[in-house]
Design a protein around this ligand. Structure first.
Ligand SMILES: Cc1cc2nc3c(=O)[nH]c(=O)nc-3n(C[C@H](O)[C@H](O)[C@H](O)COP(=O)(O)OP(=O)(O)OC[C@H]3O[C@@H](n4cnc5c(N)ncnc54)[C@H](O)[C@@H]3O)c2cc1C
Length: 293
């Protein structure tokens, strides 16, 4: 069970985690929950921003004065770019940089994404279970889920799976996480619960080509310079890669760096330029202008 808990907080079992990195984690012990979900929160915050969706970036050419960004809907140019994709995408070179940034590639490889998945099960006769309850029954195995009963009092159970077990369930195909959750809850609470539980939604983050995993962890032996990647590199250069952290608490601050400057400074000092660049991105959605270099 200890290894399972590591998968919930690190996305992987303890054999893959740098203990120094775990030790360096500063937990604020404050967790805010968003009733309508994290995605709805981000969408609300970003409502006034001009966005271009479905616009996958494949290359960032920083060889010239202005950056050239190749996307699935055309080529953009910009003065600045802030890259916030998951570390696995940087490591896999899903977005390439020209000239190459081998040091940052190595750093991303040292900070891979682990895996944590959630499933939501609709619950009939919800009053039989406590609001905001927790259910976890296995003590001697790692292949186990942990269950949040009636979050916000709603008639559902949220199951949480991590590490190699989550990977195996994802690989078993759509519906496997829900099936495993229902089987385990039934084994704790009795067979009556099988007819009370219906799958609503499950995540499969490692199969999502734009995520390729969930939150990151430092591998054992990862040098401190890499473990401190976000903080250190904010000062000296050029790339902000997402380093999502831990399932139960806010990610660490300062998770990356901006192309040619700190993100906040880039945004403050270049608000107008950034806005123009974002508008260009937004316009690209309407009419794709591919620049011929
Ligand atoms: C199960 C689970 C539970 C979690 N629990 C918590 C919690 O309780 N508290 C907490 O604070 N955090 C939690 N996290 C972590 C949190 O979700 C992440 O830290 C956060 O979502 C990271 O946001 P981000 O914008 O940096 O990255 P993302 O949300 O991954 O955004 C990256 C974006 O980049 C886009 N992208 C990828 N490739 C390209 C490309 N080539 N071109 C253009 N766009 C691209 C993706 O589509 C995506 O929209 C949890 C994560 C998981 C998986």
């Amino acid at each position: 069970m200890i290894d399972a808990i590591s998968t919930y907080i690190n996305g992987c079992e303890l054999d893959q985690v740098s203990i120094l990195d775990m030790d360096a984690y500063e937990d604020t012990n404050i967790n805010w929950r968003a009733r309508r979900g994290y995605g709805a929160l981000i969408a609300a915050y970003g409502a006034s921003c001009p966005l271009a969706l479905n616009c996958a970036v494949s290359l960032i050419d920083h060889s010239g004065k202005r950056l050239r960004i190749e996307t699935s809907v055309g080529t953009l140019t910009a003065g600045k770019v802030i890259v916030t994709v998951p570390t696995n995408l940087i490591a896999d070179q899903a977005i390439r940089f020209h000239p190459a940034l081998p040091e940052k590639l190595d750093a991303a490889r040292g900070l891979p994404l682990g895996l944590a998945d959630k499933v939501v099960l609709a619950l009939d006769d919800a009053e039989a279970l406590p609001k905001e309850g927790n259910l976890r029954g296995a003590t001697m195995r790692t292949e186990m889920g942990t269950y949040h009963l009636r979050p916000f009092g709603q008639p559902c159970i949220e199951g949480f799976f991590g590490g190699r077990f989550a990977q195996a369930l994802e690989d078993a195909g759509e519906g496997a996480i829900a099936a495993a959750g229902i089987d385990e809850i039934v084994s704790f609470l009795g067979n009556d619960f099988r007819r009370k539980l219906k799958p609503l939604k499950e995540s499969r983050w490692s199969h999502d080509p734009f995520a390729r995993g969930s939150y990151s962890h430092a591998l054992p032996g990862t040098p401190a310079t890499v473990r401190c990647w976000p903080h250190r590199w904010m000062d000296d250069c050029s790339l902000r890669a997402r380093r999502p952290r831990r399932g139960f608490s806010p990610p660490r601050t300062g998770q990356g760096i901006a192309e040619r400057g700190r993100p906040k400074e880039v945004i403050a000092a270049n608000h107008e330029a950034l806005t123009n660049d974002l508008v260009i991105a937004s316009e690209a959605k309407q009419s794709i202008r591919t620049t011929k270099e």
